[in-house]
Design a protein. Structure first.
Length: 453
């Protein structure tokens, strides 16, 4: 029995292909199933079973479509309410795939009906796929089902982690879906590329804390905001997501681009943040294409707003499109290819300066303000005295709180500050984007002593 890992770094998740050389089991596949199909083809194996650990909130699942395409059984909890036929699974059920045996283990907490799957083949050590239950160093968050039930589900999460640890031998490999940057994680995940039950007994918060009440208290205190698009993704997964369409979006010429900007549509420039600051089409929003692109675009855009992308190349647009379909943004209004000079004349282009924290220290403080767009917990840990804190995800709804001064916008490393600067520039503010590491502000003595919360 072999395990192939498919990492989706942009969302901080992993999918898995488990095979015996003949047939394969796929666990928690992402929506762009062509990646899974490529692995199956390379291995020369046939998918006979697709396992879903839970109804996901952070990505639209490819499980439904993969099962339909391959003819595999699609297994998920019998207690999850979905609008399609599937193989309903209960705690303790066993399924067979070639020489492999799959045992379902109820591990509620991240969701009410979450399942982990123990896979074994022959006489070897079993492995466990833990979804959003037991992660590397911590567990999945417990406030997605109902914020009022966060503590109740955190207790269930504690019990579930311990159930798995008691059920499996120390050398059993652990394969979680979340915990690699996903907002579905809670607490302090330890990262790493692999782990075992024995290692988790030594490092995992849920297994090292003997007092469940203290575990719950720490988990709840450590929860941070999660992307707004989560509200839409779970419903999509319950309905059976449609096949994806990655065909090239409609080309948009400069005249159409201008009309869309005037109409208030979202026009997102995918270029590097420094290039965007130096020259961009007025009314666009710069969200540089990278590992955080889809998360922040999906979090900030009013859901359903027509979206047009500007890319330097068609491949750049295609890469962005693939990221967006994973979170349920299926249809682009169009795409423009080229540099700002190709898409608008000089009167319809803008720019703003990029600076460092050393520059910020020398600014004219009487006629400017500092805007910190980090999260509340980051701000509570330490911040620049006198700065205004508006987390990036709140910024579109709190523009009326922002002073009409020159704004020096910063975050932890520059990416969020660049998006905030673009949003503010679009709204007519005078901005300076601080593209610098927050640690430099600390070294310069700009930061107040940490407030421990």
């Amino acid at each position: 029995m072999q395990v192939e890992v498919l990492a989706t770094e942009e969302l901080g998740d992993r999918s898995y292909v488990v095979h015996d050389g003949q047939v394969a089991v796929v666990v928690d596949p992402q929506r762009d199933i062509d990646r899974i199909e490529a692995v199956l083809a390379r291995l020369g194996t046939r998918c006979v079973l697709v396992l879903e650990t839970h109804i996901h909130n952070d990505y639209v699942s490819g499980g439904y479509q993969l099962a339909r395409t391959t003819g595999a059984d699609y297994a998920l909890s019998a207690h999850d309410e979905v609008s399609f036929d599937r193989h309903p699974v209960h705690d303790g059920d066993e399924l067979t795939a070639g020489t492999m045996t799959v045992r379902a283990v109820a591990t509620p907490g991240h969701t009410d009906h979450h399942l982990s799957y123990v896979l074994s083949g022959g006489s070897g050590t079993p492995v466990v796929f833990t979804g959003g239950s037991l992660l590397y160093g911590s567990v999945g968050r417990t406030d997605l089902v109902d914020p009022a039930r966060t503590e109740e589900l955190a207790r269930a999460q504690y019990d579930s982690a311990r159930r798995l640890a008691d059920l499996l031998p120390p050398d059993a490999a652990v394969y979680p879906t979340h915990g690699f940057g996903s907002f579905c994680s809670a607490g302090s995940t330890s990262g790493g590329t692999d782990s075992t039950i024995g290692e988790q007994r030594r490092v995992n918060d849920a297994l090292t804390e003997p007092d469940p009440s203290r575990f719950v208290e720490r988990l709840v205190a450590g929860l941070i905001a999660y992307p707004a698009y989560y509200a839409h993704v779970g419903a999509r997964n319950r309905g059976g997501p449609a096949p994806i369409d990655l065909s090239a979006p409609e080309p948009v010429d400069p005249e159409q681009l201008h009309k869309r900007i005037t109409a208030g549509e979202w026009i997102v420039d995918l270029r590097d943040r420094t290039a965007y600051a130096a020259d961009h089409v007025a009314g666009t929003i710069g969200i540089g294409l990278g590992t955080q692109f889809a998360t922040w675009l999906g979090w900030l855009i009013p859901w359903g707003t027509p979206l047009t992308l500007i890319g330097q190349t068609r491949q750049q647009v295609s890469d962005a499109q693939r990221q967006l379909i994973r979170i349920g943004i299926d249809h682009l209004a169009g795409a423009a290819i080229g540099e700002p000079a190709d898409l608008a004349d000089s009167t319809d282009r803008r720019s703003y300066p990029v600076a460092s924290f050393a520059d910020l220290a020398r600014r004219d403080s009487e006629h400017s303000a500092v805007l910190d767009v980090r999260r509340d917990d980051e701000w509570a840990s330490s911040h620049i005295p006198g700065a205004l804190n508006v987390p990036l995800h709140d910024l579109p709804h709190r523009l009326d709180e922002i002073p009409r001064k020159q704004l020096w916008v910063h975050c932890e490393a520059g990416y969020r500050a660049s998006i905030a600067s673009a949003l503010l520039d679009r709204a007519g503010y005078d901005v300076v984007c601080v593209d610098d590491e927050y640690g430099h502000a600390e070294k310069l003595g700009l930061v107040a002593a940490a407030v421990h919360v």
